[in-house]
Design a protein around this ligand. Structure first.
Ligand SMILES: NC(=O)c1ccc[n+]([C@@H]2O[C@H](COP(=O)([O-])OP(=O)(O)OC[C@H]3O[C@@H](n4cnc5c(N)ncnc54)[C@H](OP(=O)(O)O)[C@@H]3O)[C@@H](O)[C@H]2O)c1
Length: 234
């Protein structure tokens, strides 16, 4: 897994930072992207500081750095987009020239909260889903997957917690899924599930609104989902 470089666009934010922490801890080379390079570097320093004392024996050295979004994307084979829906198109336009040879993993949930609305309501996206919208704004040769919508960023950021959640991965490129699945498995508690083509993301994205509603009712922050009835190899 050492050769895979993951850029996390918006890795200064809640979800991106949580993923950066977990992957860096697992020994993956992670580049945090931001609109502001110094903010990205600060976040990389925070990852290093947070991981002090959490190194698995076999990987004492963490590979974590910070760059401006497009520069981060240009260096990675897997580019994770972790920005609010309100910023998704602008950020994709800023990195689409840097995606050659990479796969894009879109995590965007079109929650009304991104525009000041309720966090349990979805925005309508003309293309059907945020991931389908992402598909339109990157080169046709770039495989687009949708994933990580249903995992709690708070759980990812708290290293004392195992974020129990299935990661429903949607996409039309099987080879890209085979690249992402082992990366998901590197994070304890997460299990990748092939949820079908990219158009299924329309449903997967909405599950997040349900989980936010459940979190509120049960006064928790880490609600996730599990698919039952599957006989999967570890
Ligand atoms: N939070 C969760 O638990 C969670 C779980 C699953 C999925 N998601 C989805 O993951 C995505 C990221 O969520 P988040 O909670 O991590 O978001 P966030 O913390 O609000 O923002 C993430 C990053 O996006 C960049 N950003 C914010 N506003 C921007 C703008 N107007 N233009 C360009 N970039 C902007 C910022 O990076 P820079 O300022 O450094 O550029 C920010 O640190 C969202 O689509 C969300 O729905 C979130």
């Amino acid at each position: 897994m050492g050769e895979k470089k993951i850029a996390i666009i918006g890795g200064t934010g809640d979800l991106g930072f949580g993923l950066a922490l977990r992957w860096a801890r697992a020994g993956v080379q992670v580049i945090i992207g931001s609109r502001d390079e110094s903010k990205a570097k600060d976040a990389a320093t925070r990852v290093r500081e947070t991981l002090k004392g959490h190194a698995p024996a076999e990987s004492e050295e963490f590979s974590i750095s910070g760059l401006e979004n497009a520069q981060a994307a240009a260096q990675a084979s897997v580019v994770v987009l972790a920005v609010p829906i309100s910023a998704q198109v602008a950020v994709l336009k800023s990195i689409r020239g840097s995606l050659e040879g990479a796969i894009l993993v879109d995590t965007t949930v079109p929650l009304a909260a991104a525009l000041g609305g309720k966090p349990t309501r979805m925005l309508g996206v003309w293309q059907g889903s945020a991931a389908a919208q992402a598909r339109e704004f990157v080169p046709a040769a770039t495989p687009v997957l949708a994933a990580f919508h249903n995992v709690s960023a708070e759980a990812l950021q708290d290293l004392s917690v195992t974020p129990e959640c299935d990661i429903l991965v949607c996409g039309d490129d099987e080879a890209a899924k085979q690249i992402l699945f082992p990366l998901v498995k590197l994070i304890p508690g997460l299990r990748p599930i092939d949820a079908g083509p990219l158009e299924m993301s329309r449903i997967v994205e909405t599950i997040t609104a349900v989980l936010i509603s459940v979190n509120r009712r049960y006064r928790v922050h880490h609600a996730g989902i599990r698919i039952t009835g599957l006989d999967l190899k570890p």
